[in-house]
Design a protein around this ligand. Structure first.
Ligand SMILES: NC(=O)c1ccc[n+]([C@@H]2O[C@H](COP(=O)([O-])OP(=O)(O)OC[C@H]3O[C@@H](n4cnc5c(N)ncnc54)[C@H](O)[C@@H]3O)[C@@H](O)[C@H]2O)c1
Ligand SMILES: O=C(O)C(=O)C[C@@H](O)[C@H](O)[C@H](O)COP(=O)(O)O
Ligand SMILES: [Zn+2]
Length: 369
């Protein structure tokens, strides 16, 4: 299968998408191996489900792998785990030209990418994503980060991987709730600027979530192509183009903060609810014709997903949620731009949103839910 290329001058790289690729990863990694033990960072669940096959493929290719296994879950994107990981990589003698492997979901990818960005002022890393969310979104584009007490992804760096290896068959061992959460970021690409892809999701989402490999490969490829296009146009989110990938995230990150970055509400679940809220708010502000938000919520619910803050047990006031939003990295001169929509596939960055209106809208929506 042809690779997708992310064109970023000297930071360009390819994204390979192939069913069964994990078992052949060693061959693909050989040109990147510097001869020292290859650090493979993963989490406990991925270690149980996917690490043995991955290490076997390294062995077959003659590569010595050294696994570092971290706890699973959002809590691992923390100062504590960052510091422990960097110490372990230093103890392993990782050099700047080495490639550290991130084998896992977005948590491992974001943490390892950030550790690589600061190790010896920057070493290489390779993404081997094993969740739907990381295959369609987080492994591509070079946003890396940890969370802090103040909020989501507040400390991090833009640091591009050298290569991304995606094996859709890794999804076979992923818990259904995690698969559904990742599907939110797939739907996001349709809602941003691709109404035909949203229609494809309405027709094929249930099959994808039931494990249909052809549907999964199509969604992963289409999503990665979209993300690569957007990142190539605005790598560091300066022009407003990359900000489109934040659709649903301003609301979503506030909900994640409110639920303590815990498994009460997964990132993809928060994004699903956040996208419905962004569309409902757009309708309330008369920017978007009525009906779009209901259509999105109907699709998400048909796929067994959350679509309202109350689905996550969130009953906080609008003011409290807006306070979480004040930490958003899109803040400029004390004003927070929002990703709003004029219709399905017609997302835009609105710079003149009054936070009082957002708070009042959230109060109405949460009480009505
Ligand atoms: N950098 C970016 O551009 C970007 C984009 C989107 C999301 N993110 C971040 O990604 C994170 C969420 O990522 P995620 O949804 O992948 O969560 P995750 O990394 O926590 O993985 C989800 C769960 O699935 C398990 N798992 C992973 N692969 C498995 C497999 N193949 N079989 C069995 N279990 C498996 C993990 O152990 C974990 O328990 C959030 O922190 C979010 O902020 C970053
Ligand atoms: O790649 C991007 O750009 C994104 O915004 C993708 C998002 O899905 C992802 O959750 C990202 O980490 C959010 O970025 P943040 O800058 O709001 O922390
Ligand atoms: Zn996201």
């Amino acid at each position: 299968m042809p690779s997708v290329e992310l064109s970023l001058a000297e930071r360009s790289y390819v994204i390979d998408i192939e069913p069964g690729l994990l078992a052949r990863a060693g061959e693909r990694l050989l040109p990147y191996w510097q001869g020292r033990p290859l650090a493979v960072v993963t989490d406990e669940n991925v270690a149980a489900a996917q690490l043995p096959a991955f290490l076997k493929s390294l062995e077959t290719a003659g590569i010595t792998g050294e696994a570092i296994v971290l706890p699973a879950g959002e809590g691992t994107k923390s100062w504590t785990h960052l510091s422990q990981l960097v110490d372990r990589l230093l103890a392993l003698g990782v050099e700047r030209k080495d490639h550290v492997i991130a084998l896992g979901g977005g948590v491992i990818g974001d943490l390892v990418g950030f550790a690589a960005s600061i190790m010896k002022r920057g070493c290489n890393f390779i993404q081997v994503p094993t969740t739907l969310l990381s295959q369609v979104d987080s492994s591509v584009g070079g946003k890396t980060a940890i969370n802090t007490a103040a909020g989501k992804n507040l400390v991090g760096a833009f640091h591009q991987p050298s290569l991304v290896l995606i094996d859709p068959r890794a999804l076979a061992t992923l818990p259904p709730r995690e698969l559904r959460a990742g599907y939110a970021e797939v739907v996001k690409y349709g809602l941003i600027d691709d109404a035909p892809f949203f229609e494809w999701c309405e027709a094929n989402g249930p099959a994808l979530l039931a494990g249909d490999e052809a549907a999964q490969v199509h969604a992963i490829r289409h999503s990665v192509e979209a993300k690569a296009r957007i990142v190539a146009a605005d790598e560091r989110e300066t022009s407003g183009v990359r900000a489109l990938l934040n659709l649903g995230h301003t609301f979503g990150h506030a909900l994640e903060a409110e639920t303590g970055f815990s498994d009460r509400l997964l990132h993809g679940e928060a994004v699903a609810i956040g996208m419905v809220l962004a569309y409902r708010f757009s309708e309330a502000e008369r920017l978007c014709a009525a009906g779009a938000a209901d259509r999105i919520a109907t699709h998400l619910r048909q796929c067994g997903m959350k679509a309202h803050p109350k689905d996550a047990g969130v009953t906080a006031s609008g003011r409290r949620l807006v306070e979480h939003m004040m930490h958003d990295k899109k803040m400029e001169g004390g004003k927070l731009p929002f990703l709003l929509a004029r219709g399905i596939g017609k997302t835009f960055l609105a710079r003149d949103v009054a936070l009082d209106s957002v708070a009042a809208f959230l109060d109405r929506t949460i009480t009505q839910g």
